[in-house]
Design a protein around this ligand. Structure first.
Ligand SMILES: Cc1ncc(COP(=O)(O)O)c(C=O)c1O
Length: 383
């Protein structure tokens, strides 16, 4: 009889965990050590290479993303930079999209070209442009879906089919969706990367990253990351593992609240536009239904009155906290033009559809009615 596959939340709690026979401790201990006595059964050598506390979180993330292995890094940017640099040499070619998290965009448009890598950024929702850009010299195709901050989608299966034909390594940033809502490896992607700072940890108290996929590829990235020194501290690894245990519960709630809030905002007279993949008005709603199991806890909306209107809403919120990050139990709101996309050139912002009145909202796990009441009163200050 085939072995029964445990559910997502069961694996979030148990995957990677072993109970220490000596003490019976149910929670994974924090192995706050830089080095290990030689000859140990786990083959641990030095924490820059691997650490037992961090390994539990790695095994858990691998299970949740349906990968063979995972690597935890010191930040999402460490995960992204180590991944792309593993599969690109000077003279190599990276194809990606224009709607990327601000620092990823900086890495691709400034840092990598400075190291001899040819980078081509194509319109996020125009697949013909990607088809033209990818050629036999393309080492990596990197996509983010849904994108930060205005939640555009990229068709993962179409990118996989294109990348396969040209022998490129396909990397998907799955930070916004989480493995609860979307599993790119099941759709054929080679590697998934995360800012684990966000939903995977979920409590706004850790900065971390993750790379997941086939063991052979992940181990290559581990080699790069340990050479560059992008290692997470064991204590942060413990917090990440603790956060992961509630991932399914949290995301289920984020999904419900975001849908309710998106519907409320869509009807509000001072809201010009709402972008949420779960709304039938989202231009790629059908694609969202095809490649996502849930639509996530992130949405973007445009307030009347531009920068002044968006600023007035931000200043008057009481429950939602104005802050740059996302994916935590607290609802966080940000103005992309002054935070995540502060240094992004204006023409780029225009192309991406990020206006001065755009606000990005990360729905926490508070009661939806309280978030709606908070938005309602804050929106009364917009012109
Ligand atoms: C989609 C996405 N990818 C990557 C990152 C970078 O992650 P970190 O801040 O953990 O380095 C972020 C951060 O906001 C993000 O939103």
């Amino acid at each position: 009889m085939a072995e029964r596959r445990e559910g997502f939340t069961t694996r979030a709690v148990h995957a990677g965990e072993t109970i220490d026979p000596e003490t019976g401790a149910v929670a994974t201990p924090i192995y706050q050590t830089s080095t290990f006595r030689q000859g140990n059964r786990g083959n641990y050598l030095y924490t820059r290479f691997s650490n037992p506390t961090i390994k539990v979180a790695e095994d858990k993330i691998a299970s949740l993303e349906e990968g063979d292995a995972a690597l935890i890094t010191s930040s999402g940017m460490a995960a992204i930079s180590a991944s792309v640099m593993t599969f690109l040499n000077s003279g190599g070619r990276l194809v990606s999209i224009t709607d990327l998290y601000g620092t990823t965009l900086k890495l691709f448009s400034q840092f990598l070209p400075g190291h001899g890598i040819n980078v081509s950024l194509v319109d996020t929702t125009d697949f013909d442009q990607m088809r033209e850009a990818v050629d036999k010299n393309t080492g990596v195709i990197f996509i983010e879906t849904p994108t930060n901050p205005v939640l555009k989608l990229v068709d993962i299966e179409a990118v996989v089919e294109l990348g396969r034909r040209h022998g490129a390594t396909i990397i998907v940033d799955n930070t916004f969706a989480t493995p609860y809502n979307q599993r790119p490896l099941e759709l054929g992607a080679d590697l998934v990367v995360h800012s684990a700072t966000k939903y995977l940890n979920g409590f706004c108290d850790v900065v971390a990253g993750a790379v997941v996929g086939k063991r052979e590829l992940v181990e290559k990235v581990r080699e790069t990351a340990s050479t560059l020194g992008s290692t997470l501290d064991p204590f942060a690894g413990y917090l990440l593992n603790r956060g992961l245990k509630t991932l399914g519960l949290r995301v289920e709630r984020h999904n419900l609240t975001a849908m309710e809030v998106a519907r409320f905002l869509e009807e509000h007279p001072k809201v010009l536009r709402v972008s949420y993949p779960g709304l039938p008005s989202h231009p790629q709603h059908q694609l969202a239904r095809r490649q996502m199991r849930g639509f996530g806890g992130m949405l973007a909306f445009e307030v009347s009155g531009g920068l002044r209107g968006a600023g007035a809403v931000m200043d008057n919120l009481r429950t939602c906290i104005p802050a740059a990050s996302l994916g935590g139990v607290e609802s966080l709101i940000s103005m992309p033009v002054t935070s995540s996309h502060k240094n992004v050139p204006r023409e780029h912002l225009e192309r991406a559809g990020i206006t001065e009145g755009t606000l990005r909202l990360s729905l926490g796990i508070e009661d939806a009615a309280d978030i709606i009441a908070d938005l309602e009163q804050a929106l009364s200050y917009a012109p």
